[in-house]
Design a protein around this ligand. Structure first.
Ligand code: S3P
Ligand code: PEP
Length: 440
């Protein structure tokens, strides 16, 4: 008898926490900072260096894309040290965005500076992520953006794939953008704007603006390299034309990637520490300690070491995560393990993330026997006794890490395609196991 059944995808058995935790975790560099600093280094007035940079799929896609557009990037003694030598931005090339929002949204404005066409494409899952606002802004600035392989090659593409026809310079000026689906539309335009002849006056015209800390991160990284940015009016940014100063910078650890590790202390009890925690940061992960405290943990920050301690009790929360949507999968998993209902609000834009995260979280929590419902702009999660099953991850690194968090308490959670964590954290399973290995 022949069978056309394909073998089930291998799954990773999420380990149960056998005892309270006592672990210190070293989290690699921030994805958001690494990919901003790489873009700015590639546009700078001389060679610069990133230290403690993230090396993961998203960062490596950014490195490859910048190299293909004329930037030289060499590894130093350590893979996380990157020496960046800018060159003229070259076209006649292709950029693979993978599933990286930072690559697909930050690089089209950069490619507008190229001396020829730059074709963008990515993973199948990337082809449904929103792109129109940034492409419409480029077109309004006089840049041709089109898909030569489309039925109407002059139409403005709404999604990947597309081609940006660089002409060697961008006049710049004033433009509107609707960034209600992603702050990355604003960040991408601002990052290249100092190299536009007249700079850029950008106005957000949408009803809501998610991920403000990430826009503040863009403005702060621009100011750090000498770019003049006026953000004194709400929803408006004015970037003056001028040089971008080459620098030698250290990248902060990724606080959003620290979140599932710190949250483990609440689920398993005990203490989890993350070293290198900045006292001042624009990362939305800065919200994590206070949110964990509201859910039953306690924390201290001493000499750059953040320690979160839990008792195993997790309380429900009503929280607006508009400013830090990328934290939602971690908090949804915690909510499913809590002793009272939770509401996560302000995160409608998660429907355009790596996957439709609201649908994916509701579906997977329900699959384990939990109760999770989508609302217009978030999730309502009512704790129920959970049972093990395969958790689908939909190419989403944060679906995988949140499934691991559930697996600390729910026996027999098997995580489909845990390798998807390589998007931002290539050694996730090793780090997770060593956190548990040091259980008291
Ligand atoms: O600019 C950035 O580095 C990011 C901005 C946010 O995007 P959205 O505003 O699309 O949520 C965030 O979720 C993403 O992980 C990283
Ligand atoms: C939304 C995320 O990623 P991206 O940068 O691909 O948008 C994320 O990391 O949670």
């Amino acid at each position: 008898m022949t069978s056309s059944t394909t073998a089930p995808a291998p799954t990773w058995e999420a380990p149960l926490a056998g005892a309270p935790l006592d672990a210190t975790v070293e989290v690699p560099g921030s994805k958001s900072l690494t990919n901003r600093l790489l873009v700015l280094a590639a546009l700078a007035d001389g060679p610069g260096t990133l230290r403690g940079a993230l090396r993961s799929r998203d960062a490596d896609l950014m490195i490859r894309a910048l190299r293909t557009m004329g930037t030289r990037i060499d590894e130093g003694d350590h893979a996380s040290t990157l020496h960046v030598t800018p060159g003229p931005v070259t076209g006649g090339t292709e950029v693979d965005t993978g599933l990286a929002g930072t690559v697909m949204r930050f690089l089209p404005p950069f490619a507008a500076l190229a001396d020829g066409p730059v074709r963008f494409d990515g993973d199948p899952a990337a082809r449904v992520r929103p792109m129109l606002p940034v492409l419409a802004a480029l077109r309004a600035l006089g840049i041709t953006v089109h898909d030569p392989s489309a039925g109407d090659p002059t139409a403005l593409p709404t999604h990947l794939p597309f081609t940006v026809e660089g002409r060697g310079s961008v006049p710049g000026g004033a433009v509107d953008v609707d960034a209600s689906e992603s702050s990355q539309f604003v960040s991408g335009l601002l990052l290249a704007a100092a190299r536009f002849e007249r700079g850029l006056t950008l106005r957000h015209i949408g009803a809501t603006l998610p991920s403000l800390p990430h826009i503040e991160m863009t403005v702060a990284t621009l100011r750090d390299v000498g770019v003049v940015v006026d953000d004194s009016r709400d929803g408006m940014w004015d970037v003056s034309p001028g040089p971008i100063t080459a620098r030698d910078v250290r990248v902060e650890p990724d606080l959003s990637n620290a979140a599932p590790f710190l949250a483990s202390a609440l689920v398993a009890g005990g203490t989890v520490r993350v070293s290198g925690w900045p006292t001042l940061t624009t990362q939305p992960g800065a919200m994590v300690p206070e949110l964990l405290e509201r859910m039953g943990g306690s924390y201290t920050l001493n000499d750059g070491v953040l320690s979160v301690t839990g008792t195993g009790a997790v309380h429900g929360i009503d929280v607006d995560l508009h400013a830090g949507g990328e934290l939602a999968p971690t908090f949804a998993a915690l909510a499913a393990l809590a002793d009272s209902p939770s509401r996560l609000r302000g995160i409608a834009h998660l429907r355009g993330h790596e996957t439709d995260r609201l649908a994916a979280l509701a579906r997977e929590i329900t699959r384990l026997g939990g109760q999770a419902e989508e609302t217009r702009d978030g999730l309502v999660i009512t704790p129920r006794p959970l049972r093990g099953d395969v958790v689908r991850t939909y190419d989403d690194h944060r679906m995988a890490t949140s499934a691991a968090l559930l697996g600390l308490r729910v026996p027999d959670v098997r995580v489909e395609n845990v390798g998807t964590t390589a998007k931002t954290l290539p050694d996730f399973t090793g780090m997770w196991l060593s956190m548990l290995g040091s259980a008291a």
